[in-house]
Design a protein around this ligand. Structure first.
Ligand SMILES: *Cc1c(COP(=O)(O)O)cnc(C)c1O
Length: 480
């Protein structure tokens, strides 16, 4: 932003004298509507931006329109082009829990619950019947207990927070034993050894990368040992000559030696089949049934809820966690709790959840139904937009640090840039789609752009079509 209102620019160009003063542009009737809607300060800022832009063009010897009315219109369009930095996008990447795209979308019921408590006050920590202080997580704790068979539960900001807090509450200053095969790094910043450092618990590694036996844990347990920790290797698999100890074996050993067992299942599947069509992921219910004192999981992975960390387990262990001063720093707000409670209520009925929780619905969609939608879209791309578009059987992935190896059969449309814009390569064509409204994030695969429908709700197909239409027009005309 350059010179202030009324002040003369330090380096004066003769052509600048043709520019009207700021107040004259501000008085233009074109700006009355936006001033009422957006306020005087915002309009003033954009008028200055329009003047600065004109000044720059004049300095380069160009001849932009400089009458007050044109500048006012230019200011209005600059204002209209301003978009919030956080915007909804269409996830056509085929990665269902894409961390870059905000992981799990929320169910409509969760969205409504968030809106209902966001607008006004709510009984976040207030017992309405007794007129006394209530427990912030009481409602979701009861639902989590019902869904998983646990005695108790609490919720924090995310699973990284749940891990730090649990290690601190149960094992600060003492040792926790972990297999060398489970020293995970998730998403670049969750690195188990560093999580340990922050928590104050001491990491005691046992076994080797590919093989850890019960006897390794047995030998490592000493007077300083507070717990055994199993960490799900969410984003990698160790295959070949391998051995690890099932959670039931770890829990039995912990019980026998009078120490705690913690199970970080990561992905947050409630029990086998919930969500559907996922196999080989540890579940919260199984960890608890095996006897873990605490099971830790993310709320925005396979549960399909808001970002949060679930801490579920025995009454005693959960109480220790809740009493830790760090709990206050990691606690969740009313919006998260509202979204989580609504998601958990849906999960009480797995059939309903498979239709209403978007992630569960994405997992439940048949490849045939995705194929039919792909065929409809491809046909419209060809006939209405004259694009070279073909249906393709694809593979979608869970992503977000879950089930690395498992590919879900999916379907999509391979769509080439418009032929009149044949100089566009696949990267540039994808970039146009990403900068559209709404942005579409496709996959660039084998030299072209692939739109995968596995993570696109059917109701978004019309928006997807319009977004591709605008990107194609843009590619053809060279301007949005
Ligand atoms: C994803 C994951 C985490 C981190 O969870 P966030 O909710 O992203 O903080 C921790 N442990 C495991 C095993 C995970 O899969």
């Amino acid at each position: 932003m350059s010179s202030a209102e009324g002040a003369r620019p330090v380096v004066s160009h003769p052509a600048f004298r043709r520019l009207p003063p700021v107040h004259e542009v501000l008085q233009q009737p074109e700006l009355a509507g936006v001033r009422a809607a957006r306020g005087r300060a915002t309009v003033l800022r954009t008028v200055r931006a329009a003047l600065a832009e004109a000044r720059e063009l004049l300095a380069r010897g160009e001849a932009p329109p400089v009458d007050p009315s044109s500048l006012a219109r230019r200011a209005t369009s600059l204002l209209m082009a301003e978009r919030p930095s956080l915007r909804p996008v269409i996830n056509a990447s085929g990665v269902l829990l894409h961390t870059g795209l905000g992981r799990a979308p929320l169910a409509e019921e969760a969205v409504r619950a968030v809106a209902a408590v966001a607008r006004g006050y709510c009984n976040l920590e207030f017992d309405l019947a007794r007129n006394e202080r209530g427990q912030r997580t009481a409602g979701v704790a009861e639902l989590l207990a019902r869904l998983t068979g646990a005695e108790a539960a609490t919720v924090v900001n995310n699973n990284a927070g749940a891990t730090v807090l649990s290690l601190r509450a149960l094992a600060s200053g003492r040792e926790v034993i972990v297999s060398r095969g489970q020293l995970v790094e998730i998403g670049g910043s969750f690195r188990l050894p560093e999580i340990f450092e922050v928590s104050g618990a001491k990491l005691r590694e046992v076994g080797t990368t590919n093989r850890t036996r019960l006897s390794d844990y047995e030998r490592a347990i000493g007077p300083d040992t507070a717990a055994l920790l199993r960490v799900h290797t969410s984003n990698y698999r160790i295959v070949g000559f391998t051995e690890d100890v099932p959670i039931a074996g770890l829990c039995a050993l912990a019980r026998e030696r009078g120490i705690q067992a913690i199970d970080d299942v990561g992905s947050g599947a409630l029990r086998p089949g919930q969500p559907p069509h996922i196999s080989g992921e540890p579940t919260i219910a199984e960890g608890l049934a095996a006897g873990a004192d605490l099971v830790l999981a993310s709320g925005d992975k396979l549960l399909g809820g808001p970002q949060c960390g679930l801490i579920i387990g025995s009454h005693e262990a959960v109480t220790r966690v809740e009493r830790d001063p760090l709990m206050r720093a990691l606690r969740v707000d009313k919006l998260t709790l509202a979204a989580l409670e609504a998601t958990l209520r849906l999960a009480l009925d797995p059939d309903l959840a498979s239709r209403r929780i978007p992630l569960w619905a994405f997992l439940s969609a048949s490849a045939d139904s995705l194929g039919a939608r792909s065929a409809t879209l491809a046909e419209r791309f060809r006939s209405e937009l004259a694009l070279d578009a073909t249906v393709e059987a694809t593979h979608a992935f869970l992503g977000g640090g879950s089930v690395p190896a498992e590919a879900l059969p999916s379907s999509g449309v391979r769509v080439a840039p418009p032929c009149s814009a044949a100089n566009l390569n696949e990267g540039e064509w994808a970039a146009l789609l990403r900068s559209g409204d709404p942005p579409v994030v496709p996959r660039v695969h084998r030299g072209s752009v692939l739109i995968d429908l596995r993570a696109v709700p059917e109701s978004n197909d019309v928006h997807l079509f319009e977004a591709v239409r605008r990107a194609a027009d843009w590619a053809r005309t060279g301007s949005p």
